[in-house]
Design a protein around this ligand. Structure first.
Ligand SMILES: NC(=O)C1=CN([C@@H]2O[C@H](COP(=O)(O)OP(=O)(O)OC[C@H]3O[C@@H](n4cnc5c(N)ncnc54)[C@H](OP(=O)(O)O)[C@@H]3O)[C@@H](O)[C@H]2O)C=CC1
Ligand SMILES: N[C@@H](CC(=O)OP(=O)(O)O)C(=O)O
Length: 363
């Protein structure tokens, strides 16, 4: 395959869409070919209709592109379609794109629980791509498929839990408290009067998503690639808070292992530091050199200082220590719009490409 694959972005004007635009500029395998948003934006130049909130300018190849409606006919030349659509509309639109036999990588929550749709955090459960042949058969697709990535807070959590389960066996319980950035709520999102000088101890639906998605992602796919088995026996309890930070979700995690006695904090640190994901092993362009960075300083990770580690694709862990109630506790940080959203979609597409699942249109 020589030329770059043509990428479409649905919801290109939004918080996640803007991150897609940044991460795809200068990508060696994908080039932005079509962008879509709501009827409010359709027909306008990207520069004119987007409330650009990134700290670097709009890439030149996209600023003058015309935004189209999110209809498959405008994206039929795209080899891959990334969706950063609002969940209120993602369900219907993504299904139309799937029916048009396009390869869709979705950030929205709508299909994460679908039994034939994989929920993939690229540095955790790339093995779940094996459901795609079954999904295609089920829906009579030749080259299209739908892959979802996870809720942003769930993403950070499962990256840290994966090497611990692999090394020390099943977890009995996980208790997590989040401090989530405002960019997680999109734009304009949380009103300044609610979040300035304040913390909001509620994010609608977030705790339920963390508690359920963790079990699908860390569970197994069955031997014939036709179903997911949720992680058995592990109970997850999440409490989610919105804090006045722009990007980067911080999470305080306590865990109890099934096998006793549990590993020491040093053994846990070693397992986290030495974790290598499939995305690394196959040499994906966006895979960070280390999926997990353990920072030994006593007051890290911190959102402003650590969210860009691994270009936003690494999860940073710190404060690994004994828990007096469960076994081990630690703090982690995930960049919510990179690994927690657009970055996962792109890295998932890189893995799908390496696995031969994406067929270039016109070749
Ligand atoms: N922000 C984050 O950290 C994360 C977000 N997600 C998920 O990603 C998705 C996008 O989130 P986010 O970027 O924050 O949201 P935003 O509200 O910032 O952006 C929403 C996007 O959807 C488009 N849109 C709205 N209505 C329609 C419509 N009727 N037809 C077509 N397009 C429409 C908007 O276009 P327009 O500008 O024209 O209105 C905009 O491009 C959501 O499903 C969210 O849950 C997932 C993980 C993390
Ligand atoms: N709810 C997350 C962002 C998000 O949109 O998540 P989801 O894709 O699971 O709906 C946050 O507020 O930080």
């Amino acid at each position: 395959m020589s030329a770059k694959l043509k990428a479409g972005i649905l919801g290109a004007t939004g918080t996640v869409g803007q991150r897609f635009v940044i991460l795809l500029s200068n990508h060696p395998q994908f080039i932005v070919h079509a962008i879509g948003a709501s009827p409010r934006s359709a027909g306008k130049r990207y520069f004119d209709t987007t409330k650009w909130k990134m700290t670097i300018p709009i890439p030149e190849n996209v600023e003058n592109m015309l935004v189209s409606q999110c209809k498959p006919e405008y994206f039929k030349e795209c080899d891959v379609v990334f969706s950063g659509l609002d969940a209120d509309v993602a369900g219907d639109i993504e299904m139309e794109f799937l029916k048009a036999d396009l390869a869709v990588f979705s950030n929205a929550k709508n299909y994460r629980r679908d039994p034939s749709v994989p929920l993939i955090v690229p540095t955790v459960n790339a093995a779940h791509f094996s459901i795609i042949p079954y999904q295609r058969k089920l829906r009579s697709l030749k080259k299209g498929f739908l892959v979802t990535n996870a809720n942003c807070s769930t993403t950070g959590l499962v990256v840290a839990l994966k090497p611990l389960i692999d090394t020390f066996g099943p977890l009995e319980s996980v208790i997590v408290h989040t401090m989530q950035a405002i960019s997680g709520a999109g734009y304009p999102g949380v009103s300044s009067l609610d979040i300035f000088d304040n913390i909001v101890p509620f994010i609608s639906g977030e705790e339920e998503k963390m508690e359920w998605e963790t079990l699908k992602i860390l569970g197994e796919i069955n031997a014939d690639g036709t179903a997911f088995d949720l992680l058995p026996e592990t109970r997850v309890s999440a409490t989610c808070n919105r804090v006045p930070v722009i990007d980067g979700h911080l999470e305080c995690v306590s865990i109890k292992f099934k096998n006793q006695p549990p590993p020491s904090p040093e053994q846990v640190t070693h397992a986290l530091e030495n974790y290598e994901s499939i995305a690394n092993q196959i040499g994906c362009y966006s895979a960070p050199p280390k999926s997990i960075i353990v920072n030994p300083e006593k007051d890290r990770p911190q959102p402003r200082l650590d969210r860009d580690n691994g270009n936003g694709y690494s999860v940073t862990v710190g404060r690994v220590r004994t828990c007096n109630v469960l076994d081990i506790k630690f703090t982690l940080l995930v960049h919510n719009t990179v690994l927690g959203a657009a970055g996962s979609g792109i890295l998932n597409a890189e893995i799908a490409l390496a696995r031969g699942l994406i067929k270039q249109i016109g070749l």
